[in-house]
Ligand binder design. Structure first.
Ligand SMILES: Cc1cc2nc3c(=O)[nH]c(=O)nc-3n(C[C@H](O)[C@H](O)[C@H](O)COP(=O)(O)O)c2cc1C
Length: 205
């Protein structure tokens, strides 16, 4: 499907003000993650992926540091990574489960690894820089959904195991914010528990 190109803005250009969108409202009300292993083709085309990445990096970021980097992991690389991570799965507390979740790495048509890469000793606290990486993950998911795809935000054990991080080329000082897997779901996802607002929100005069 041919879509109009995303608008581009030069520095300082006035941006259109927000307008109410019932479609977006409904989208947000029905947003649901996909199980990564259930994601199948079709996935985004190269042009659609470019849109998803463009929208994803348009995320809040204190200090304009852009303290993250994105790696689009092709299928060949993901298969190689899964192979290299397999021996490490055996060393995890639940080796069978650790091995099984490696299947999530190779299932989806498209995978974007979001790495939080905070600028050290900056006046913007590292925590805020990490939050910005999380915002990129969320916006990638919203962008994928806007193009009609399902997605899954996964970390799993290999986002924390030091040897796995070496294999993933995640450097010291960096963290995996998430693997964003994107594709198509053949079955509608089911609603999961959601918090009651009253349990999570307080109002102060
Ligand atoms: C930082 C982060 C890491 C996550 N890692 C995993 C994971 O490793 N495995 C998993 O099953 N779900 C993981 N999730 C949860 C899913 O992405 C998803 O949010 C969850 O299944 C809830 O579904 P929903 O997005 O439809 O509300 C993670 C979520 C976040 C925010």
């Amino acid at each position: 499907m041919t879509r109009p190109a995303l608008p581009r803005f030069a520095l300082g250009d006035p941006l259109p003000p927000p307008t109410a969108s019932d479609e977006l409202r409904l989208r947000l009300a029905t947003r649901r993650s996909a199980p990564a292993q259930a994601l199948t083709p079709p996935g985004p085309s190269a042009e659609e992926l470019e849109d998803i990445l463009t929208l994803g990096v348009r995320s809040p970021d204190h200090g304009k540091l852009f303290p993250w980097r994105l790696v689009v992991l092709g299928h060949q690389t993901r298969t190689e990574l899964a192979g290299l991570l397999t021996p490490l799965a055996a060393l995890q507390p639940q080796p069978d489960k650790a091995k099984a979740v490696l299947g999530k790495l190779t299932a989806a048509p498209v995978t974007i690894l979001v790495v939080s890469a905070p600028v050290p000793s900056h006046k913007v606290p590292e925590w805020e820089q990490q939050l910005s990486a999380g915002a990129v993950c969320m916006n990638l998911e919203h962008a994928a959904h806007a193009l009609g795809y399902a997605s899954s935000w996964i970390t799993d054990w290999y986002s924390y195991d030091p040897q796995a991080l070496d294999i993933l080329d995640v450097e010291g000082g960096e963290q995996v914010a998430g693997f964003i897997h994107i594709g198509t779901l053949s079955e509608a996802p089911l609603e999961r528990p959601r918090p009651e607002l009253a349990d999570k929100v307080t109002y102060r005069p």
